[in-house]
Design a protein. Structure first.
Lengths: 115, 112
């Protein structure tokens, strides 16, 4: 079975704090892909990152960084020096063969950044 | 490129009515999917397609039909709307397996 768990339902931080959003996944496939999407209050889904199961390198993009650990089936997302504009719902998602190229989403983490 | 477009943006139906949510993409993507988003539930897969003429069910397919007669279009049909189908519906397309999924802006559907 394929499953994505985002245990943190809501997180509140003050601007400039660092915050980590957790994502744990389950799959029996050896080839799979992991994604993070952002959904701001306007409602659209914004692609942040894609990672395949053979690439465990961590990635940094500006204030965003991702930590992929196959040993713990986790793909965590860290925002450094958070800003009010980071307030959104963040979704982790898994694509594996059994879902035929469609995504299995976690339930999302709502991040609120206050000034 | 317009990307992925969805129509309508908003729709109100009465219980028992039928309707079709339209989804089109102009990126020549083989893979297309429909999801519904409900509060606290994330996005759940309804149906997906890996190419024209090929569709399959996702996690929550009951009450919905799809077909894929062209690469560009992937309409979602509600056969007999129920209040439980009140949701926001997203269509997505992807160029290949494991590729980025491009999402449409969504359709907010209310069934009374």
């Amino acid at each position: 079975a394929q499953k994505v768990t985002q245990a943190q339902t809501e997180i509140s931080v003050v601007e400039k704090e660092d915050v980590t959003l957790d994502c744990v996944y389950e799959t029996r496939d050896t080839t799979y892909y992991l994604f993070w999407y952002k959904q701001p209050p306007s409602g659209e889904l914004v692609f942040l990152i894609r990672r395949n199961s053979f690439d465990e390198q961590n990635e940094i993009s500006g204030r965003y960084s991702w930590n992929f650990q196959k040993s713990t089936s986790s793909f965590n997302f860290t925002i450094t020096a958070s800003q009010v504009v980071d307030s959104a719902v963040y979704f982790c998602a898994l694509e594996a063969n059994q879902a035929g190229t469609a995504l299995i989403f976690g339930k999302g983490t709502t991040l609120s950044v206050s000034s | 490129n317009a990307g992925v477009t969805q129509t309508p943006k908003f729709q109100v139906l009465k219980t028992g009515q039928s309707m079709t949510l339209q989804c089109a993409q102009d990126m020549n993507h083989e893979y297309m999917s429909w999801y519904r988003q409900d509060p606290g539930m994330g996005l759940r897969l309804i149906h997906y397609s890996v190419g024209a003429g090929i569709t399959d069910q996702g996690e929550v397919p009951n009450g919905y039909n799809v077909s894929r007669s062209t690469t560009e279009d992937f309409p979602l049909r509600l056969l007999s709307a129920a209040p439980s189908q009140t949701s926001v519906y997203f269509c997505a397309s992807s160029p290949y397996s494991g590729g980025e999924q491009f999402f449409g802006p969504g359709t907010r559907l209310t069934v009374l």
